[in-house]
Write a new protein. Sequence first.
Length: 319
Amino acid sequence: MKRILHLFLFFAPILSHSQNLYRFGQYNFTKNIYNPAALGADASITGDLVYRNQWRGIDGAPQTAAFNASYDINSSMAVGINFHNDRVGLQQTNSFSAQYSYRLLFDERKYLAFGIGVGSDNYSWNLNSANTTVANDPAFAGSYSVFRFNSAFGIYYRTSRFYAGFSIPQLFQNTSQFSRLEPKQFHYLFISGYYFELSDDFILTPSVQLKLVPNAPVQADVLLRGIYQFMGLSIGYRSENSLLIGVDCMIKEKVRLGYMFNYDIGLLAQVKGGSSEIYIGMGLPYYFNKTERSKYIGKNGGFSKGYKKAARRQQMKRH
């Protein structure tokens, strides 16, 4: 109990202001969740589900689940839905939004996209479930729930080998007590990565994710992912002083599974424990599937003409 109390006292100020802006380690798979402009970046139809359990072994520790689905209306537009559930102790946040992305096409798949998201946040406290030292404590006799409007904005640039995105996932600084639009308190997210094709069977992908908050240290994730045919292995570092280790695989060229473990190496490592993250994704078709790459990538590394139609024809043959 003392360990839990010390941990809560240390992290309470952080959780009260920043936990609602979740941050996943497998960000290269969950770009749509953070950035509405990234809709349709990996496939014409996508579904992404991710669950993160922090501070293993600590009762009431943060748990976050998120789901995103997207659909390409045409080569210039995509739509999506986004949902996430965040739990910390007795508090629970549910957020839902509809998303839209518009692309300025430079060629078949080199584009600059702008995206918006509009939705609502629900904050609730289940005080009845608290374990109190006084039986039937009236201070914990009830629960409450409140809804707040929210929206998001993002920019995303993509080529056949490079991507970069910038987003403000929450334009409104919502809590259970208030809702306000204050640019000075925006949380900014930036991601970028590059695909190095070292051989016909192996791709190396370094990437970075930055979270920028005014008057606060920069939070960063740096990953190096190696892809061999259907398998991927990731190693990285999180600026909160933890190591990232992940593995992922492609199943039948349509489903992607991933797992990542955060191993804390700081002074609170023994208190906090590790964090686990599970990812399940679907893409119809995955544009950057290694086994199909030769059909869509030209000799100069760019996308071949009509590659999107070829991908869809290939998908139809499988059905």
